[in-house]
Design a protein. Structure first.
Ligand code: NAI
Ligand code: MG
Length: 493
């Protein structure tokens, strides 16, 4: 019997439904009346004007979140009902998957095939995973000395400020909302100025699901204005931030006055280590995916590819062939595997690092230029014979630029892997189980992948050692970011 395999369909740009701020369940303009443009990075054309929040809007949003936390229906809702609302939101996201995927592709530039197959399914999974936690957060009884009964309560932390980046706009919403809502917190979120649209649409779906007013508030705007106001606000209990480590340093300084709880998920310069005994084709495919996925705009991008000398030449040949065959183009075409970078600032930053790579003496094997003459596209670029001290080996480039560094043995590569201020992720490719375990134990990073890369699951904690962050997202671990532990001790006399 003949089977017809259908080609995935070309996606269409969706209608833009929401461009205002969401405060206390109402869609409103900014107090200042200001707006900012969000740009389609594939065409460099404006998509829409979005309300630009600032201090006055943050004040209103925090007030609404505080009211919802202290006295609103949210504060009295059974944990199980919170979970039901979260599942309802997950269902609505699933029902609107195609629209949300297209919105993500339009605003961020990522290929529609990735939005459909990676971002959206992970969003839905994350919401459902945390919906399941809502009624499973509990304290313990403690055997204290004397005639006392002592127990702990895990209470919601309060009003939380969440500041997210543009590389996985909707997935970052899910990672942040999931544990916060499960724990019973209320939220003021500032999406990235480059990509506010999918967050606003998801907030609209949250209203449709029935979240009470003030539980989820969205204030799009810029970092130094809206973001900073959220960080400094005395009535915000915590800031969860994902972005650049320098921004985190600023946030930490500015949050000191109010001693806010802080969790950070920051950048990396993750080593991806290929031993001579690895399945070479799998390692080549893993190295390509580990770096070029999402246009290289991943905090955990495998940007330092260490290759053992014996297979170096063969690896380079296979890798360059794959890299140069990536399909750049219209992100709405389901065949496209690489879209544009998110904006002009990122595009220029990447091109300047490519220049630094050349000047520093690394060998550019493929790419190295802009792709086309419209949109923020950068050719997949591979540098060979990179040394540890070159800027392209130390700095987070956040683009489709791979550095290949040859190495001799295990001890050397472990030491060089750890020679970074970052420690977000690392991967190792080998058939030797002992070597894999040794590597996993010796490398100071929050996630280690063995013979795979970028395998994410809502249940598996993710976060950084060293300057890659503070705290863990996902899994049970993330619930601690959104709860306070209270000890109650009662005399039994
Ligand atoms: P960023 O850290 O400046 O922006 C992330 C978020 O923080 C945005 O919502 C932004 O508006 C907000 N923000 C900026 N300044 C702030 C402030 N003073 N107070 C409060 N919030 C503030 O990152 P940006 O400028 O978009 O990208 C710069 C570099 O950062 C990238 O090239 C990349 O290397 C890294 N990055 C890392 C990410 C990750 O997932 N680890 C995500 C995005 C960027
Ligand atoms: Mg910035």
């Amino acid at each position: 019997m003949a089977t017809v395999t259908q080609k995935p369909k070309q996606a269409k740009a969706p209608n833009i439904r929401q461009t205002q701020l969401l405060i206390d369940g109402e869609w409103v303009d900014a107090v200042s009346g200001k707006t900012f443009a969000t740009i389609n990075p594939a065409t460099e054309e404006k998509i829409a004007d979005v309300a630009e929040g600032d201090k006055a809007d943050i004040d209103r949003a925090v007030k609404a979140a505080r009211k919802a936390f202290e006295t609103g229906p949210w504060s009295k809702m059974d944990a199980r009902d919170r979970g039901r609302l979260m599942n309802k939101l997950a269902d609505l996201v699933e029902a609107n998957l195609e629209e949300l995927a297209a919105l993500e592709t339009l605003d961020n530039g990522k290929p529609i095939s990735d939005s459909r197959a990676a971002d959206l399914p992970l969003v839905i999974d994350c919401l459902r995973y945390y919906a399941g936690w809502a009624d499973k957060i509990h304290g313990e009884t403690i055997p204290v000395r004397g005639n006392f009964f002592s127990y702990t309560l895990r209470e919601p932390l309060g009003v939380v400020g969440q500041i997210i980046p543009w590389n996985f706009p909707l997935l970052m919403v899910a990672w942040k909302w999931g544990p916060a809502l499960a724990a019973g917190c209320t939220i003021v979120m500032k999406p990235a100025e480059q990509t506010p649209l999918s967050c606003l649409r998801m907030a609209e779906l949250a209203m449709e699901a029935g979240f009470p007013p003030g539980v989820i508030n969205i204030v799009p705007g810029y970092g130094p204005t809206a973001g900073a106001a959220l960080v400094e606000h005395p009535d915000v209990d915590k800031i969860a931030f994902t972005g650049e480590h320098r921004t985190a340093q600023l946030i930490m300084t500015n949050a000191a006055q109010t001693l806010k709880r802080l969790t950070f998920e920051l950048g990396g310069k993750s080593p991806n280590v290929i031993f001579a005994d690895a399945d070479l084709d799998a390692a080549v495919a893993g190295a390509e995916f580990g770096l070029f996925f999402n246009q290289g705009q991943c905090c955990c991008a495998g940007s330092r590819v260490f290759v053992q000398q014996d297979v170096h030449e063969k690896f380079v040949e296979k890798l360059v062939s794959r890299a140069s065959n990536r399909k750049l183009g219209d992100p709405f075409d389901p065949e496209t595997t690489q879209g544009p970078q998110v904006d002009e600032a990122q595009f220029s930053k990447i091109l300047s690092y490519i220049e630094k790579g050349r000047q520093g003496g690394a060998e550019c094997l493929t790419g190295g230029e802009r792709f086309g003459d419209k949109g923020f596209y950068v050719q997949p670029t591979v540098f060979n014979n990179v040394t540890d001290d070159m800027e392209i080996a130390t700095d987070e480039i956040f683009g489709p630029v791979m550095s290949i560094l040859p190495f001799k043995d295990v001890d050397e590569v472990v030491e060089r892997s750890n020679k970074s201020m970052f420690g977000l992720a690392a991967a190792v490719w080998t058939r030797d189980v002992g070597k894999a375990h040794h590597f996993a134990k010796s490398v100071r990073a929050g996630t280690i992948w063995v013979n795979c890369y970028d395998v994410f699951d809502a249940a598996a904690p993710f976060g950084g050692f060293k300057m890659s962050g503070i705290g863990r997202e996902l899994g049970e671990a993330a619930l601690a970011n959104y709860t306070e532990l209270k000890t109650v001790t009662m005399s039994l006399d």
